[in-house]
Design a protein around this ligand. Sequence first.
Ligand code: KIV
Ligand code: ZN
Length: 501
Amino acid sequence: MEQVHVVDTTLRDGEQSPEISFTPEEKLRFAQQLVRLGVDVIDAGYPALGKDDAHAVSLVAQETHGPVIMALARPEDEEIETALEALKKAEKSRVHIYIPVSDIQLKYMLNIAQEEALKKATDAIEYVREKDIEVEFTLEDAFRADRGFLSEMAQAVTQGGTHYINLSDTVGVAIPSRIGQVFSWLKGELGDKAPILSIHCHDDLGMATANSVAAIEAGARQFHATISGVGTRAGNAALEEVVMILKLWEDELGLSIGINTQELYRTVRILTAMTGVMIQPHKAIIGKAAFVHKAESHLMAVVKEKRTFEIVKPEDVGYPRSPMVLSKYSGRLSFEDKLRELGYSLDPDHLEMAYQRFRDLVEKKREIYDEDVVAMVEEVLSKRPGALILQDFSISSGLEQEPIAHVTLIQEGTLKESSSQGSGPIDAAFKAIDEITGFKGRLLNYSIRALTEGKDALGEVVLWARIKGEEVVGRGVATDIVEASIKAYLDGVNKVLKGEE
Ligand code: KIV
Ligand code: ZN
């Protein structure tokens, strides 16, 4: 069977989603889960964007073993050099060069004519081929491009020696039949010398998954996607959807993929815990309701034969059949077993911190679910040296009383405290933190949800704030929602502090 390669771009295109940002350490932890998932290529980022992005790509490149690590660059020598530098320590690496090919993007984004774009692409490919590294060339907005120019560009980069040509539906405008035609036609244009063709779809019309599959049916042997479809605007093709379609239709299509599908649910859970991104309940493959049967007639049929209403078995995507896991009767061994089952291998210090956090939690919460464990561990792993940590807080508020908060933080052994009034308890607590830091944060967005069922559930707060002119996302979890809010705000503050180091 022919193999279809999977490029996960959660760490690069996924991060362009307004609600997502990864620290370099989070990128590395997520990349390590992508290794367990079995992706072929990790699109780790765009090093020329800045020193944080370059550092994140080099960290992933150095510490991740198995998949090819890919870095993005425009067809400019400096950007290519920055990408190569970031990839230097990778076991297997690929530089990914992109250029728009539609007239509208050439004119309004780059303000250049087709001839100049062609020259940029050929110069870049010549430059990079001297470096003896694998190259992928993306033709952006390919499905709104003039066919003659698309062919000319594809032929030029093929002659230059690119290993992959990736056609991007950058604005998510294409439909499956048109995608299929373009791939079949381009294969004909490039003939025997064609590099491996790849597809990258956006979901502006809700077509990204269907379009990716259409491209594969018409000859693409690689696709780009993100976990749960996160990405710029309406997002990218959802990796788990394309993967499960290919798995289900494997024999008919005669194509295989190397993904360990049982890691899909866990990968989503880690993404959610790391970024706070919400997954809609009815989301295909990984939504909470995706395997729940409510209608009596469906239930009766499923009891007799699961395939009546289950085209994908929950266990095939790693969906937990019995969600309850630990309690106060669970000791260290069961906790460590659970961590292993969830794919974590922690160093002794983090393990101890996570275990203590677990012991604290069982005092407040009767049943500890996988979601709780993942949330606690992600919180422990996100702690950085030098960060401000919540030591204590007290709030008083009531119908007739202006809320007042007293917050005590600790930073490298030094206690810092302050009190403030506010329009609500959370506002008061955030103001007290602002007094300690001296930064005036502005809250842009705030959301809260219960991670699991039950009145004692962990509350997860995800917020966006502008602090010292920087927009940051903060996340915090606790059974007390004011505590979760304070932790989320501190998470944002700490990211700003880290950026100043
Ligand atoms: O959407 C797009 O065109 C991209 C390319 C850089 C692959 O993300
Ligand atoms: Zn994209």
